[in-house]
Design a protein around this ligand. Structure first.
Ligand SMILES: Cc1cc2nc3c(=O)[nH]c(=O)nc-3n(C[C@H](O)[C@H](O)[C@H](O)COP(=O)(O)OP(=O)(O)OC[C@H]3O[C@@H](n4cnc5c(N)ncnc54)[C@H](O)[C@@H]3O)c2cc1C
Length: 441
């Protein structure tokens, strides 16, 4: 438990406005609402009762559900599925509507590397139990000119972490890069770190499906609904959903990702910054026979410096092959509020930055023939600590939010920590709990 408990007193005006905003705009209700929104209250019969309700069925909430259902009964996982049409959807969006998330253990940050290593170690077991394949070990490579780089690209720190966690990595110099990947054009003088084992990508949709299947088999109820109200009462937490259901739980774990502040379900705003990330999916011929690892690279000899991601061709659910690229351009400022998150998620991304991604792909992969292209918006939920917030807000309400762009690979361990916290008020890790303390604005 942290000092976050002190934030529990009384509703503030801003929170009320957020909540109203969310309820009226998010749910398409008429604008007039009383101070206490009772959404669909007429429809509510006696409440469904659970021991623990998890709100948000994304990567973190679904992982927590699997871990929780291993140790307790009466778990509900509440959250909507993916919108059928993102261009017309007016409800909440998620950060995982995609076919690939890069996975690797090596990271310049020992905490993130540890979370990833522990998560990856359970993937095969999840695949086996669910019968759903979501992981593809094609290796990971990071390429920087002259071995330079900071933040995500800090090569010396990454080497140190690889040593600490005993991860096998291979150093490649300029010559070795050219020899192994002759069709890729990196800045002359580049060097790379390659993690061949325990690295590549996972399909986040399939991982979620696998977590759900196992959770359901272990007794979870998955409820496809949006939570619009959450109140701690004496002895339980009361949850109301968009469809008018009432749910009563002994404890609640909030895993609502980028929408955590926008939904106003917490009494105070967390220090979270929602970044408007953009993916470029470039369709290539299915027969294109190139193999390279999931790659982060920096290129400094092109028209302008580029620091970003390059995935190899991957076959998507539509049967076509795409190369995914993206970089760290998030527009001018973080997104705020339900309207901005929705407008961004329905858009074509940063139009002013399309050409940068197009050119970056041409420069690093000069011979690639692109058949079609799509720019897809996505939401990255950063925290002030740069780690997820895994914390109790009061004795019945916990949170696990703030993926910081790195929780695809690390979600299973983050979910495990949150499950133990909400179930036992415990902390099942050698990583200090204080790293994951919530911070409020
Ligand atoms: C473009 C992009 C690329 C990325 N690449 C990588 C990568 O290569 N590797 C990596 O490790 N990570 C990557 N990430 C990060 C990773 O996808 C996120 O860290 C992860 O999805 C966070 O999980 P989450 O459960 O917090 O959020 P989400 O997966 O977004 O889940 C939150 C869920 O909460 C639900 N929700 C919201 N409000 C409510 C409500 N009121 N009631 C009920 N449910 C609600 C939403 O519907 C959603 O399903 C990337 C992210 C983006 C955007």
């Amino acid at each position: 438990m942290t000092d976050s408990g002190k934030h529990n007193a009384g509703w503030q005006l801003t929170t009320m406005m957020n909540r109203r905003d969310f309820v009226t705009k998010g749910l398409g209700l008429a604008a007039s609402l009383s101070a206490t929104p009772l959404v669909g209250a007429e429809a509510s019969k006696s409440p469904q009762k659970f021991n623990i309700a998890i709100i948000g069925a994304g990567l973190l909430g679904s992982a927590a559900a699997r871990h929780l259902t291993q140790v307790t009964d009466d778990v509900a996982l509440i959250g909507p599925g993916e919108p059928a049409n993102r261009k017309t959807h007016t409800g909440v969006f998620a950060s995982h509507y995609d076919a690939s998330r890069l996975i690797r253990v090596v990271d310049p940050d020992l905490v993130w590397a540890t979370l990833a290593k522990r998560s990856l170690s359970r993937h095969r077991e999840i695949e086996r139990e669910s019968g759903i394949k979501f992981r593809h070990d094609i290796g990971y490579m990071m390429v920087t000119p002259g071995g330079l780089g900071k933040d995500w690209f800090n090569l010396p720190a990454m080497r140190e972490v690889a040593d600490d966690l005993q991860v096998d990595i291979e150093d490649l110099d300029d010559g070795a890069l050219k020899q192994r990947f002759p069709y890729l054009s990196f800045t002359p003088g580049s060097s790379a770190v390659l993690q061949e084992d325990d690295a590549g990508y996972l399909d986040p949709r399939r991982l979620i499906e696998a977590q759900h299947q196992i959770s359901i088999a272990q007794g979870a109820s998955v409820i496809r609904d949006v939570v619009v109200d959450l109140r701690s009462r004496a002895g339980h937490v009361e949850v109301r959903t968009k469809s008018g259901s009432r749910i009563r739980a002994n404890r609640v774990l909030l895993a609502t990702g980028a929408y955590t502040n926008a939904s106003g379900l917490l009494q105070h705003r967390l220090q979270m910054y929602i970044r408007a990330a953009m993916i470029m999916a470039s369709e290539v011929a299915p027969a294109m026979n190139v193999k390279y690892p999931a790659t982060l690279y920096a290129k400094t000899d092109g028209a302008e410096d580029f620091w970003g991601l390059l995935m190899p061709p991957i076959t998507y659910d539509d049967g076509r092959s795409y190369i995914k690229t993206m970089d760290g351009y998030y527009g001018e400022r973080p997104l705020e509020g339900f309207d901005q998150l929705g407008a961004w998620s329905r858009s074509n991304g940063h139009e002013e930055h399309h050409e940068v991604l197009r050119r970056a792909l041409r420069e690093v992969f000069p011979s690639v023939e692109v058949l079609s292209r799509e720019f897809q918006p996505c939401l990255i939920a950063d925290t002030a600590s740069r780690y997820p917030y895994i914390d109790m807000i009061d004795e019945r309400l916990g949170i696990v939010v703030g993926g910081n762009g790195k929780s695809g690979k690390s979600c299973d361990e983050i979910g495990r920590l949150a499950a133990d916290m909400i179930h036992n008020a415990g902390w099942a890790s050698s990583l200090p709990q204080s790293l994951f303390s919530a911070r409020f604005s």
